[in-house]
Design a protein around this ligand. Structure first.
Ligand code: URA
Ligand code: SF4
Length: 196
């Protein structure tokens, strides 16, 4: 079963690697399909590859990624053994601008396939772009982070702050973004531990 799942994901990745469905194919160095491990319990969806991700072909490998790893590690989770990581679009937008609606639309089939194959029980929507893409809401992340939403295949989805945002907001005081992230990751770990 697990092997089959990896074969299916590899087939989608293969297709993605030669994708020219939107103009980002012209400026990318590498496609960033996924990182971490295919774990049906936990998936994180970020925004789009940045400079380092584009260089390495792996998601969340820059400064934001290092902070993300620390956040997971604070509750004993890691991308090596617990989390499947991907982005709403697979190629880097020039100058890290927000993905355009037509780019998100073009790339949607890959993200949808990843979700359909893995059927994750918990999906973390990391930052505004992922929240807008998946929940279709323009509500601010500050207002909806930390809440559970019903996701595909009876999953639970939670919007969380993007680590880049946390890097720009250094305070750890009660009520600060970092403090709120700490509450959220503990809630996520509790839900994770309750899964079979
Ligand atoms: N930010 C994202 O949203 N995704 C990455 O892969 C890297 C930085
Ligand atoms: Fe294809 Fe997505 Fe890359 Fe656009 S961003 S070229 S749709 S893989």
């Amino acid at each position: 079963m697990a092997e089959n799942l990896e074969v299916q994901l590899a087939a989608v990745k293969e297709k993605c690697l030669s994708c020219k469905k939107c103009s980002l194919c012209k400026s990318r160095t590498n496609i960033v399909f996924s990182g971490g491990i295919p774990n049906h319990k936990l998936m994180l969806i970020g925004e789009a590859p940045g400079y380092y991700e584009d260089q390495k072909g792996e998601p969340f490998v820059g400064k934001a990624g290092q902070l993300l790893d620390k956040i997971f590690a604070s509750v004993g989770l890691s991308r090596e053994k617990d989390v499947y990581i991907c982005n709403t679009i697979k190629c880097r937008p020039p100058e890290n601008r927000d993905p355009l609606p037509e780019e998100k639309e073009a790339c949607k089939e890959y993200l949808e396939a990843q979700i359909e194959i893995l059927k994750p029980r918990i999906i973390l929507l990391c930052g505004r772009v992922a929240v807008n893409s998946i929940l279709g809401t323009t509500q601010g992340i500050t207002r909806i982070r930390g809440r559970w939403f019903e996701g595909p295949n009876f999953s639970k989805m939670m919007p969380i702050f993007h680590p880049s945002y946390l890097l720009r907001n250094d305070s750890r005081e009660k009520g600060s973004p970092k403090w709120l992230m700490w509450q959220d990751i503990q809630e996520i770990k509790k839900a994770y531990d309750m899964l079979d």
